[in-house]
Design a protein around this ligand. Structure first.
Ligand code: DGJ
Length: 523
């Protein structure tokens, strides 16, 4: 991402849903973010707050948030909470919510605009309802509002560029049913799928998850949704219409002011079927549908609360999608995951959700509200905030060097969660990283290595043993010519200690450390 001609990686945090509803309340949160080494925040801007009455726009809070960011030299990604928030319509203004004639609700079952939820631990305990993805009036009104918001941001921020990204909606999709069941929805579902879309899907099976691919391959060349997409039809139908809806809103906004636009995703857990997770949201199994129907979206971003963090990152980078993580847990692996996302995936951004509470244990109740896998042992251990701040500040201090190496093999990382993938090769020289050793007192290790020149490297290490090696033919032996511990200050390397003797006999680290190392291979 380029901001004012400079590459920018969002070392970020997403605030709790209600924190940015008051400029006064959020003051302290900005300071907390600064202390955690963040350079930007993800902040909700909600439809209900900017348009309390139809056509009456109020951007005073938006201005205050922008001002607060500027005064701390930070950036913002606004989260547009429009028709969808967690597959519901929490943030639609009252004038939308109360006019069920104009602003149709999704019929979760025939004739039913909602569901009363009774399960004690269900995420949303009152009643479930969502606006219909097929309602053109909702789409038109929301589009009008977003255009005005983008126009306002352009007016106040085009020069300064404090707002660097917009997330359109929040975790779209439909719960408790794979598709809507209104008469209109039924009619569309029984009509022919637009042929261009069928052809696109048939031509993109290689990038689909196996079960969707199977259905698309086996389906008819033309016909209604069931005929063409088999058992995946309902989810694809929802994804197609939601992506279309989102595309119209985002495209209109981009036409006014073109900055990157992202959609975030409530992920499906293993074994779940569409409706148990929001059906039609940008889960990786629906990625091709979204790519076709929402071409204006720049980034598909996973909200990662499940244990297999790296698996999700792999999935979301497989199709050339840049990695941007707008939400993830604040537990013990938040720090290492930040470093790994930058070093391994060359991520555009990493942002723990509700970072205001980083450092506090996550209870099972809070965990299940966040959609976390509550059996994940990492949940029990809070992230050390001092360490997180160190990681954030250190990555920020290295920003131009890091981004220069993005997209190259000169920037690599490994982490405890992928401890078997522990070798990094930079031309003829390499490093193998161990995470299990009697020398180590922790199980959340991470190591990022940046190749500065043929034999010089910067290394961020924590909870690991680092072993350099040579693959140069006939030169198997290695000297560490220089090993300095230090930091970057205003872009310049500043040594705090020259390490040698005992300190380089074994390169093991039980606290976050930044090193500059020069190696020599000989025969
Ligand atoms: C995911 C949502 O996108 C967030 O806004 C927040 O509601 C979290 N879940 C958990 O509460």
């Amino acid at each position: 991402m380029i901001v004012k001609d400079e590459p920018f990686v969002m070392i970020s945090g997403e605030v709790h849903n209600s924190s940015s509803s008051s400029a006064q309340y959020i003051e302290k949160v900005w300071d907390q973010a600064k202390a955690l080494g963040m350079n930007s925040l993800l902040l909700p801007v909600t439809w209900e707050m900017v348009e309390p009455e139809e056509g009456v726009l109020d951007f005073s809070l938006v201005d205050q948030l922008i001002f607060q960011a500027r005064s701390r030299d930070m950036k913002i990604c606004f989260l547009w909470f429009g028709a969808w928030k967690n597959a519901q319509c929490y943030y639609a203004p009252p004038w939308v919510k109360t006019d069920l004639e104009r602003f149709k609700r999704a019929e979760v079952a025939k004739g039913k605009n909602g569901i009363i939820l009774t399960k004690v631990f269900d995420l949303f305990d009152l009643s479930y309802s969502s606006l219909s993805y097929l309602c053109s009036t909702t789409n038109e009104c929301e589009t009008k509002t977003l255009k005005k918001l983008m126009n306002h941001i352009k007016e106040v921020d085009e020069q300064e560029k404090t707002v660097v990204m917009i997330q359109i909606e929040n975790e779209t999709g439909l719960l408790y049913s794979a598709r809507e069941h209104s008469d209109l929805a039924d009619e569309l579902f029984d009509s022919d799928v637009p042929q261009q879309f069928v052809d696109y899907m048939k031509n993109h099976v290689d990038t689909m998850v196996p079960d969707v691919r199977e259905q698309v391959e086996a389906g008819a060349e033309q016909g209604n949704w069931s005929a063409v997409f088999g058992s995946a039809a309902e989810e694809i139908f929802s994804a197609y219409h939601i992506a279309n809806y989102v595309d119209r809103v985002a495209a209109a906004g981009k036409e006014i002011y073109s900055i990157p636009m992202v959609v975030n995703c409530w992920l499906n857990k293993k074994g779940e079927v569409a409706g148990q997770y929001p059906s039609g949201g940008p889960v990786s199994r629906m990625m091709e549908v979204w790519r076709y129907a929402a071409p204006v979206i720049d980034i598909f971003a996973p909200d990662i609360y499940i244990a297999d963090f790296c698996g999700v990152c792999d999935e979301y980078t497989r199709r050339g999608n840049p990695l941007f993580i707008p939400e993830t847990s604040t537990h013990s692996y938040a720090g290492p995951r930040l470093v790994y996302s930058v070093g391994h995936y060359h991520a555009l951004g990493f942002s723990p959700f509700g970072f205001e509470e980083m450092g506090e244990p996550i209870s099972v109740v809070a965990g299940s509200l966040f959609g976390m896998e509550t059996t994940d042992p990492a949940l029990a251990i809070p992230q050390d905030v001092e360490e997180y701040g160190w990681f954030g500040r250190t990555l920020n201090s290295m920003m131009p060097m890091l981004t220069q190496k993005y997209g190259t093999k000169d920037l690599q990382a490994s982490c405890y969660e992928r401890k078997d993938d522990n070798t990094m090769l930079f031309g003829d020289l390499g490093f193998s990283i161990s995470y299990e050793s009697p020398l180590l007192s922790r199980k959340d290790g991470v190591c990022l290595i940046l190749k500065e020149s043929e034999d010089e490297f910067f290394i961020i290490a924590n909870g690991c043993v680092v072993k350099p090696f040579s693959t140069i033919e006939g030169k198997p032996y290695m000297d560490i010519l220089v090993c300095e511990e230090g930091a970057f200050e205003n872009g310049k390397w500043t040594m705090t200690r020259r390490l040698n003797g005992d300190e380089i006999a074994l390169l093991f680290y039980n606290k976050p450390t930044l090193l500059k190392v020069k190696l020599f291979a000989y025969k």
